[in-house]
Design a protein around this ligand. Structure first.
Ligand code: GAR
Length: 214
């Protein structure tokens, strides 16, 4: 059976677009790489922010696009738990086999992490375990990498656990930091690697999930 994928986003959604394009061109199709592949399809997209471009990308591709904003009236822990539970309900509703955090800036916690253990992946714009953790997202990551004088950076796809950016690494792609690089130029080059990495990671996960089934 094909793996239903739930993609979580917060912004532009260029990585979501990479997944949409990969699905369209058959990268997740059953039997494409080997006969045991069950195939995968993006079943729905959820944003924690209204009106972001990622939602439009989903709708243009004919994929259900939902918005689930955090309840800002709740204290932090409850807020995260409550949003995570709403996302879990959506994952169940769409019978998701894989949850993909593609530029999703809320932290998941609670039941979803147990029910979907080993089946939630996150994309991070640095070479974890360096430059991850609370508050490390977007341009702040690249600014910190530059300030530290790193010679290389890149992106990481990892399984999500109870920590922030701490789960087992699935794959990384590296780039060299050039003299004169800015947070923007780094972000741009890393984005290109992310678009490749996220598709590779999903193909890998589809195989892993199928293996577990057997
Ligand atoms: C990506 O660079 C991703 O690594 C980052 O958000 C960007 C989303 O881009 N995620 C994080 O910083 C999570 N800690 P996109 O909306 O164009 O796909």
């Amino acid at each position: 059976m094909s793996v239903n994928m739930l993609v979580l986003v917060s912004g532009n959604g260029s990585n979501l677009q990479a997944l949409i394009d990969a699905e369209k061109t058959g990268r997740f199709s059953a039997g494409r790489a080997n006969n045991y592949s069950p195939g995968g399809r993006i079943a729905a997209v959820v944003s924690d922010r209204p009106g972001v471009y990622a939602l439009q990308r989903a709708r243009s591709a004919g994929i259900p696009a939902l918005t689930e904003e955090p309840d800002r009236g709740l204290p932090k822990t409850e807020r995260r738990g409550e949003l995570s539970f709403r996302i879990l309900r959506i994952a169940r509703e769409y019978q998701a086999g894989l949850v993909i955090l593609a530029g999703f800036l809320s932290i998941l916690q609670g039941e979803i992490l147990r029910e979907y253990e080993g089946r939630i992946i996150n994309l991070h714009p640095a070479l974890l375990p360096k430059y991850g953790g609370p508050g490390m997202y977007g341009s702040r990551v690249h600014e910190t990498v530059l300030a530290a004088g790193e010679k290389e950076s890149g992106c990481t796809i990892h399984l999500v656990d109870e920590g922030t950016d701490t789960g087992p690494v699935l794959l990384q792609r590296k780039i060299l930091v050039h003299p004169g690089d800015t947070a923007e130029s780094l972000a741009e080059r890393i984005h290109r690697e992310e678009h490749i990495a996220i598709v590779e990671a999903v193909v890998l996960m589809i195989f892993k999930l199928k293996e577990k089934e057997n």
